[in-house]
Design a protein around this ligand. Structure first.
Ligand SMILES: [Zn+2]
Length: 74
């Protein structure tokens, strides 16, 4: 896959957590400190897969040149 900004090759990888679900949100507020690790709030999009014992993981493509990461939402 090519970077849409500079057209160089993207490096396939993953964004991972040790215990929390990975989400995207348009709301800049941070999650409440006591919210559960797998809670996806109303204004959030869950990214990738989540397993209670293994955490979250989503495929992502990184451009070393632009220092950007493109993430698959599923
Ligand atoms: Zn780039």
């Amino acid at each position: 896959m090519e970077c849409p900004y500079c057209s160089k090759n993207l490096i396939k990888g993953y964004i991972k957590t040790g215990g929390e679900v990975i989400t995207w949100s348009s709301d800049p507020k941070r999650k409440p400190i006591l919210s559960s690790r797998w809670k996806v709030f109303e204004n959030e999009v869950k990214l990738g897969t989540y397993h209670y014992f293994k955490g979250g993981r989503v495929c992502a493509y990184r451009c070393e040149n632009c220092e950007k990461i493109i993430i698959d939402t599923k």
